[in-house]
Design a protein around this ligand. Structure first.
Ligand code: SPV
Ligand code: MG
Length: 303
């Protein structure tokens, strides 16, 4: 892994997401929950069949992954200071833009201070979701009790973020949970219209359906009225939809929200189990582990 990088100052990083969105219209974001995963998102590339080499454009600091990596539930238990600790680790070793999963944003009186902290760190955007009370992960859907905020109160939150930010580049995306909570398409459209009206720089529409149909219907309707408003999607459950399809429906940001933590955990479990089964490490070493030489030199000891 190449750790040689020039680094970046916070103000430059902060503005880089807005710039990317203006230039590319479509950006690809992967979750990072520590320095090492930040480095993976920063450096990994792949060459596709058509010869095009592609990379990730930035990082998502997911509440689910940040909590899971700390073995805590995704219920806003990991507090802002701790989230900033994770962000700091990623900032130290990367240069790409960072989008923070801001959960509900908490109390407006606290959120406005946190926005300034995020700007000082060089975070490009916060995404806040229209829920109140004890937040549960959206992918539980209606299996658990989750309460949506009122339109009025959530609009107040958005407006407060926009009024609090010091830079003109910082972005606030409003995440609508109407489809997750089975409140219907009309409710999703009514809310997202209001959120844009309140000053949101873009919206995130979430869904936990296997099929992308409801997201596609939303995109067609929303984009007809707001062709230039950035839209974010998180295709975790409707994972067969391709980036080309998302682009054709007007999506501007795709977030792969949890895939590094979900793939790392099974690998670690296999290693830990194998050693217990075989009463030695030889089998795990050859099957699941990189060599000692590789791990020692994965991160060079100088910049
Ligand atoms: C997260 O990654 O924490 C998210 C996306 O908020 S989801 O888990 O789908 O709610
Ligand atoms: Mg989250």
């Amino acid at each position: 892994m190449d750790i040689n990088f020039k680094g970046i100052m916070p103000n430059e990083r902060l503005g880089s997401l807005r710039k990317l969105l203006e230039e590319k219209k479509f950006v690809r974001i992967m979750e990072a929950h520590n320095g090492l995963t930040g480095r993976i998102v920063e450096t990994v590339s792949a060459t596709r069949e058509d010869g095009e080499t592609v990379t990730y454009d930035g990082m998502w600091v997911s509440s689910l992954c940040d909590s899971t990596a700390k073995a805590k539930p995704d219920i806003e238990l990991v507090d802002f200071t701790s989230r900033c600790g994770t962000i700091e680790q990623i900032l130290e070793v990367t240069t790409k833009p960072i989008i923070l999963d801001g959960d509900t944003g908490g109390k407006i009186e606290h959120l406005v201070y946190n926005v300034r902290t995020l700007e000082r760190l060089g975070i490009s955007a916060i995404i806040i979701e229209d829920k109140v009370g004890l937040k549960k992960n959206s992918l539980f859907g209606t299996d658990v009790v989750q309460q949506q905020d009122t339109i009025e109160h959530f609009c107040e939150k958005i407006a407060a973020v926009k009024a609090a930010q010091m830079t003109k580049e910082f972005m606030c995306f409003a995440r609508c949970e109407s489809l997750i909570l089975k409140q219907g398409m009309e409710d999703a459209l009514k809310r997202t219209n209001a959120y844009v009206e309140a000053g949101a720089d873009g919206i995130l529409i979430h869904s936990k359906e296997k099929s992308p149909a409801e997201v596609v219907e939303f995109l067609q309707k929303f984009k007809a009225d707001h062709p230039d408003t950035p839209v974010v999607v998180v295709p975790t459950s409707y994972n067969t939809i391709t980036e080309e399809e998302l682009k054709s429906y007007g999506v501007n940001v795709v977030i792969y929200a949890n895939h590094l933590v979900r793939s790392a955990y099974p690998a670690m479990m296999n290693t830990a189990k194998s050693i217990l089964e075989h009463q030695r490490a030889a089998e795990a070493d050859s099957e699941y582990c990189m060599s000692i030489k590789q791990i020692l030199t994965l991160i060079p000891d100088s910049l």
